[in-house]
Design a protein around this ligand. Structure first.
Ligand code: CP
Ligand code: NVA
Length: 316
């Protein structure tokens, strides 16, 4: 069965099949190779992209703007300080208007329901560029990076140490469950993802063969292909920062934890931005096992692939 994603939104990878995710990852590899060869393409000529941001961003904004703009598309950045949405106008009405002016919409912000409403009312593909619940475009780049280092991701062991219920950890759990990656979340019990979500990922894993584990035991990094971490207090949780630092300090990714894998070739991943000295030491993130910078670059290739695949009228 051939994959056709034209017109599709990406709100969470729960909505995508393993085959569709594979298609996006393969297209990202192709797009990256084209870029490395210096090929110039203009596949977004005549297309427009609205970029809505309630929260800060470096990588996600730049990936969307650079990927779209360099191929002839016109991206428009709209922070919530500039537009009427949420102040004088509902999300539904904003979506109706943006859908008449833009080929696609990216939203970064707080509620998952906002990105869902944008998709429901705009009639164009909508991309979740991070909400409190999910960060789906991030984990496409993460798995692309894992595969660049180790080949096929199915059966590989990926460990996340830190805030186990944040948007990145949850999205890694979803993509791992879909693709058959063995994913271990190492987190204090108070930061476990909610039970309903774990059960949902568990039933997806039953199909793919993924082993999903949630534990407080750092010894579980043994044999890991990759260790991943993220900030201890996500955007919007600034008031919890001190409490999280106390709680998560033992879960820092440092040289000693990397050594506990028992492997010399374990790679380190981080979605970035990183707070060096908190969730990861400078020695690890700036050291030879870190692939965080490749991972950051891969945001652009995966996001370009997503837009090429989903915006109607774009050749791939
Ligand atoms: N990883 C990530 O989403 O980075 P930004 O917050 O800079 O977009
Ligand atoms: N969990 C982090 C990810 C940043 C890319 C946050 O939401 O702030």
């Amino acid at each position: 069965m051939s994959v056709n994603l034209k017109g599709r939104s990406l709100l969470t990878l729960l909505d995508y099949s393993a085959e569709e995710i594979r298609y996006l990852l393969d297209l990202a590899v192709k797009v990256k190779a084209q870029s490395k060869k210096g090929e110039v393409n203009q596949r977004f000529t005549g297309k427009t992209l609205a970029l809505l941001f309630e929260k800060r961003s470096t990588r996600t904004r730049c990936a969307f703007e650079a990927a779209f703009g360099e191929e002839g598309g016109h991206p428009v950045f709209l922070s919530t300080l500039d537009i009427q949405m949420g102040v004088k106008e509902s999300v539904e009405d904003t979506a109706r208007i943006l859908g008449r002016m833009f080929s696609a919409i990216q939203f970064r912000g707080f509620k998952q329901s906002t990105v869902k409403t944008l998709a429901d009312y705009s009639g164009v593909p909508v991309y979740n560029g991070l909400t409190d619940e999910f960060h789906p475009t991030q984990v496409l780049a993460d798995i692309m990076t894992l595969e660049e280092n180790f080949g096929a991701s199915a059966g590989k062991k990926l460990c996340f140490a830190g805030d186990g219920r944040n948007n990145v950890a949850r999205s890694l759990m979803v993509i791992s469950a879909k693709l058959g990656i063995n994913f271990t979340v190492i987190t204090p019990a108070t930061l476990n993802p909610d039970r309903g979500f774990i059960e949902r990922c568990g039933s997806i894993s039953a199909v793919s063969g993924a082993k999903i584990r949630i534990t407080e035991d750092l010894a579980e990094v043994e044999g890991a292909d990759a260790i991943y971490t993220d900030v201890w207090a996500s955007m919007g949780e600034e008031s919890r920062k001190e409490e999280r630092v106390q709680l998560l300090r033992p879960f820092q990714v440092n040289e000693a934890l990397m050594d506990r894998t028992g492997r010399k070739d374990t790679i380190f991943l981080h979605c970035l931005p990183a707070i060096k000295g908190e969730e990861v030491t400078a020695g690890v993130i700036d050291g030879s096992s870190s692939r965080a910078w490749d991972e950051g670059e891969n945001r652009k290739h995966t996001i370009k692939a997503l837009m090429l695949a989903t915006i109607p009228g774009c050749g791939e």
